[in-house]
Ligand binder design. Structure first.
Ligand SMILES: Cc1cc2nc3c(=O)[nH]c(=O)nc-3n(C[C@H](O)[C@H](O)[C@H](O)COP(=O)(O)OP(=O)(O)OC[C@H]3O[C@@H](n4cnc5c(N)ncnc54)[C@H](O)[C@@H]3O)c2cc1C
Length: 395
């Protein structure tokens, strides 16, 4: 069984790893460099605090991989289990928090509802008067996406995966259903796919579309429509005026969308999307730099939540990347056409879900049932049938 993976971000590499581990022959085609898409621009957050069961389960199945990554992959990903703190300013948000925590704990996550005073034990400068409730999970944390890409790429190369960078897939055609030929070793009569690249065609029994914010374009090459919107999101690295503890949780002020977390050497990351407008952007031509006005707003909003980011806070640098957003803010994990598996549309949480996604994708490609998460709720046809999900914990 030969599987071609289109996209060498953390999702494509995690899929390659799971497939190679199960004995498949794997080729990864990456248009640019490994991790050079959204993965290299992520905040590295890993959380079990989602509002839908499938997202919680994808996290719970992924966390053990992040925890043991240094041992298993030989690369230190700077995994810090300092938790996530969600903050509610309104009773409506607090009510949703209570429902979420009931579901999360039922799924096995150690989440708790906290009063603002209890939340201040995790974040001493929290402006408790601005909030009515919070939630915290000690299972949550952060890791460095660049190191994760390094670990996965070392592992897949060691497992003889053929990793081709600077190799865009430019066309995809179905072959072998009584028509053209497929690779030796393919399942007889099963048919397969031929991918065109500048270095010549590649034949495979199955193709995985793991091209992040480009996935709708890649799927369109195979005649499959994906409802996917590339949306620009920014991060600023700042030197906070106050002394943000190095083990402070990643904190999300859910009603404003502002978030922050400690970074290395006394710096912090601040983020969030605050504009009324949220246009689709061209993933090949968007502004990858940080807007200074946005960074000032993000810093002020962070300071509205906790008094670390006063006027002496220095904005050091920052960047913009892309969320690949679906209409219901959930990924698409599905065999969208025979032998064409989609792993895309993670809507801002694809880094953390990559390990479990790899297992789910390996199941879909190989017709196995090894992944502990039932991802059937993430099928592509939910957008037609109307059985979409609703993720409320989005920042
Ligand atoms: C500012 C920001 C903060 C974020 N914070 C978090 C966070 O805290 N936690 C979290 O879990 N997630 C976060 N995310 C989301 C996360 O970055 C993505 O969900 C994740 O990286 C998606 O990985 P991927 O491999 O699917 O996509 P990508 O990393 O974008 O990889 C896709 C790859 O496909 C390649 N490609 C495109 N077209 C082709 C083609 N035709 N042929 C071959 N290759 C092609 C691209 O070059 C790219 O390298 C954040 C994102 C942003 C922008």
């Amino acid at each position: 069984m030969h599987v071609l993976i289109v996209g060498g971000g953390v999702v494509g590499l995690a899929c390659a790893h799971a497939l190679a581990d199960r004995g498949a022959e794997v080729t990864v085609c990456e248009a640019g460099t490994l991790g050079g898409g959204s993965t290299g621009r992520a905040a590295g957050g890993i959380r079990t605090q989602f509002s839908t069961r499938v997202n919680v389960e994808l996290s719970l199945a992924s966390v053990p991989v992040w925890e043991s990554f240094a041992d298993e992959f030989g690369v230190d990903i700077d995994y810090r289990r300092s938790g996530y703190l969600f903050l509610a300013r309104t009773e409506e948000t607090a009510a949703a928090f209570r429902e979420n925590v009931a579901m999360q704990t039922d799924a096995g996550a150690p989440s708790r509802v906290l009063s603002p005073a209890e939340a201040a034990e995790y974040l001493p400068e929290l402006r408790t008067e601005s909030f009515v409730a919070a939630t915290f999970s000690a299972a949550d944390g952060v890791a460095d996406p660049h190191s994760a890409v390094q670990g996965y790429s070392d592992a897949v190369r060691a497992a003889s995966v053929d990793v081709r960078t600077k190799t865009p897939v430019t066309d995809l055609a179905r072959v072998g259903d009584g028509g053209g030929s497929v690779d030796a070793g393919a399942t007889p009569d099963a048919g397969g796919w031929r991918a065109e690249t500048p270095d010549g065609p590649i034949d495979a029994d199955a193709v995985v579309v793991a091209a992040g914010a480009w996935s709708d374009r890649v799927a369109a090459l195979a005649g499959v429509d994906l409802p996917l919107a590339p949306r620009r999101r920014q991060i600023a690295v700042v030197e906070p005026e106050g002394d943000l503890p190095a083990d402070a949780p990643l904190t999300i002020d859910l009603d404003t969308g502002a978030y922050f977390r400690p970074e290395r050497e006394g710096t912090a990351i601040v983020g969030g999307h605050f504009s009324e407008t949220d246009p689709d952007v061209d993933p090949d031509r968007f502004d990858e730099s940080m807007d200074v006005e946005w960074a000032v707003e993000a810093t002020e909003r962070a300071d509205d939540a906790a008094a670390y980011f006063g006027p002496e806070t220095r904005i050091r640098n920052g960047w913009a990347g892309l969320y690949a957003v679906t209409p219901d803010h959930h990924a698409i994990l599905d065999e969208a056409a025979p032998g064409l598996v989609v792993a895309a549309g993670f809507s801002g949480h694809g880094f953390q879900h990559a390990p479990a996604t790899g297992e789910a994708v390996a199941d879909l490609c190989l017709g196995e049932d090894a992944c502990e998460v039932d991802v059937s709720a993430l099928s592509l046809d939910r957008f037609e049938s109307g059985e979409t999900l609703r993720e409320r914990n989005v920042a």
